[in-house]
Design a protein around this ligand. Structure first.
Ligand code: UT7
Length: 327
């Protein structure tokens, strides 16, 4: 040890998206909606839908394999696999177990995280904590969802919003005073548990709902999302001794371009400092941030020394953010 602080850096990223595209024009034939309404109110043009037999663990494993390849690590060097998901193949074994099997990551602990759309940031924060504590060197964090399996395709309020996909990032030990993960904020508010929930997804019966469906009070969720994502971003910047003016790139949860726009406006960030890919994939819940991170790197939008803020919000309520100086 050089006397430098032990922190974590991202050593590899990957993503996996199903091939099938569901466009707004397709949805116009399924429910009373329009491309114009969806484009203007939400910003989505199309979303990906998993093929029959293509499950959350398959997408997660593909994204993870790419992240592993980029990192140059061997599967046996992964100490922990954390998967943020609300649509696991089954409750147990966990998706993390399936990923471990697919990769041959025989030395890894395995755990799924239930934090809805904030699952990836919860995972990334736990990864940082384990690495900082000196317990682990490489933690694979994944967000993976097959939301199409829990969407009520007759409900226009929700069915236009969601898509399937997975993203992965490996957090690896890094000794630095200034680079890597700088700060985190995790939060929640169970008082708003009625705003967004998944029926018939556990031991509680929902006698009035004949299916496992996403239920949402959209405009209330919208307000909570803007407030909490703004506050989380400010919190991690303060924690890192920075201000919004220092941010090179904000990768927000991709739920609605108007939510993203409102958060960016409050932070005073211009469009070019905010990553948005919701038009292509819709809301892939826990997967939006790692997919976006992967694409931001592919597009050369992050370079050494940049300050990245990832910022998410979801059912629970759950919310959280992380500031990283890229290296
Ligand atoms: O991942 C984290 C959780 N999710 C979110 O963060 C989503 C947060 N919420 C939202 O993004 C927005 O609230 C929605 C996109 C869900 C809805 O947008 P909104 O601007 O809040 O619309 P609204 O629910 O207030 O509805 C406005 C109108 C209503 O019609 P009336 O009552 O004004 O006649 C709706 O019935 O839009 C109607 N509407 C639609 N029209 C065409 C609702 N859904 C649709 C639709 N197509 N798909």
């Amino acid at each position: 040890m050089s006397g430098c602080k032990l922190t974590a850096r991202v050593s590899g990223v990957g993503k996996a998206l199903p091939e099938r595209r569901l466009t707004n024009a397709d949805l116009e034939k399924m429910v009373d909606t329009s491309d114009e309404w969806i484009s203007q109110r939400v910003g989505i043009k199309e979303r990906r839908i998993a093929a029959e037999g293509e499950y959350t663990s398959h997408l997660a494993s593909r994204a993870a394999a790419d992240a592993l390849k980029m990192s140059g690590l061997k599967a046996e060097e992964i100490d922990l696999i954390l998967v943020g998901t609300s649509t696991p193949d089954m409750v147990y074994p966990s998706v993390a177990c399936q990923v471990q099997k697919a990769l041959g990551a025989v030395n890894a602990g395995v755990l799924d995280i239930s934090a809805a759309c904030t699952g990836f940031i919860y995972g990334a924060s736990l990864a940082w904590g384990m690495i900082k504590a000196g317990c682990m060197r490489n933690v694979l964090v994944i967000g993976s969802e097959v939301n199409s399996s829990v969407v009520n395709w007759k409900d226009r309020d929700t069915c236009i919003l969601f898509g399937d996909g997975a993203g992965a990032a490996i957090f690896s030990a890094h000794e630095s005073e200034t680079e890597g993960v700088l700060s985190i904020k995790l939060g929640g508010d169970g008082n708003f548990d009625e705003l967004l929930y998944l029926t018939n997804s556990g031991c509680r019966p929902f006698p009035d709902v004949a299916g496992r469906y996403i239920m949402m009070q959209g405009n209330e969720v919208f307000k909570q999302a803007v407030r909490n994502m703004y506050e989380c971003a400010i919190n991690v910047l303060e924690g890192a001794g920075l201000t919004a003016a220092d941010v090179s790139l904000l990768i927000p949860h991709q739920a609605n371009t108007r939510i993203i726009g409102a958060v960016a406006k409050r932070l005073g960030l211009p469009d070019e400092k905010v990553f948005v890919n919701i038009a292509d994939y819709g809301n892939t819940s826990a997967a939006t941030i790692p997919i976006a991170l992967c694409e931001a790197l592919e597009q050369g939008r992050l370079k050494k020394g940049d300050v990245l803020v990832i910022d998410a919000f979801g059912a629970g309520l759950t919310f959280g953010a992380m500031a990283i100086r890229w290296t």
